[in-house]
Design a binder for this molecule. Sequence first.
Ligand SMILES: *Cc1c(COP(=O)(O)O)cnc(C)c1O
Length: 392
Amino acid sequence: MKKRIYLDYSATTPIKKEVLDEMMPYFSELYGNPSSIYSFGREAKKALDFARDRIAKAIGATSKEIFFTGGGSEADNWAIKGIAYANRQKGNHIITTKTEHHAVLHVCQYLEKNGFEVTYLDVDEYGIIDLNQLREAITDKTILITIMFVNNEIGTIQPIKEIGKVAKERGIYFHTDAVQALGNVSIDVKELGVDLMNFSSHKIYGPKGVGAIYIKKGVKLHPLIHGGAQERKRRAGTENVSAIVGFGKAVELAVENLDGHIAHLNKLRDKLIKGIQENIDYVKLNGHPTERHPGNVHVCFEFIEGESLLLSLDMVGIAGSSGSACTSGSLDPSHVLMAIGLTHEIAHGSLRLTVGDFTTEEDIDYVIENLKVIVDRLRQMSPLYERVKGGQ
Ligand SMILES: *Cc1c(COP(=O)(O)O)cnc(C)c1O
């Protein structure tokens, strides 16, 4: 079979065997509805509670503060719309950043059409917000600060604890999208001072279509999904029991070997960065040099078009992702790359490679070797590159 190397762990991850093993019985013999009072239901309910305990423990919360959702995006929607509508009488102002995931940005844009005002904070060249700018953006109408923990494109980690302090001083709710943080940085909700934090299972070797949100005790927010009394009347719909069971196991695995996982990723990431820098010229590394996701490599190759690069990589079996949004039908480069101040030309040559638990050193060697050849070939077709090289 043709060699295939997956370097897109920030897009999704394979389910680990231990996770799948725990899920299996809940597709067949343990099929009860957790809301039913007879034994079939009680078994399912017990499985939900167990998963909830595991997640709570992993982030320093209590079980009653964890609610399951149909994924990370739903949880982002719930946190932001839920706080916005529950606190409408207090104010209509929300603060976020220009580099959020679309599950946050598009919710904010939707709220702007519905009577809310949103401040989109700038970030510096590494993708980090300015705490003074945050303080200055707060008004007496501000009800929510929503700033992501770890950026999904360039891997930058925001100063969450400091943001939590600012929010607390001013009595404003603080939500953070921690989808890329869970399993990659250590998380303690109490220490970080957040009120709402959300997660997604499929980014941490669990099944797709399930996520969770931490809602600090006492925080009032409207439901997003109305209906039955599931999740203590806060999120309707029969729970996806097997997926929640798998998610619980995935979270447990993610935190029990956090240091080992981070060390593995860092080693491969650094090898990949070094290999790229030593073998390819006109390349720029994006994101923060130290405050970054342990497995994220984000680079821009000058004189190259990101989409052609991705297609060429795919032909040799390498799966990566591009920062330019051509795949989604738009020619505009990623909003994150614009926010860190890249020009359109540079941003168009971007490539995100994210390593994970199943990545090996041989994978990285193969990628470096092929990347060099592909970049050289694509640049041969660039008149600008030829001119720049000729002028040297
Ligand atoms: C993947 C991702 C999401 C969306 O999660 P889904 O479970 O795919 O809906 C939200 N935020 C960030 C930062 C992500 O990386």
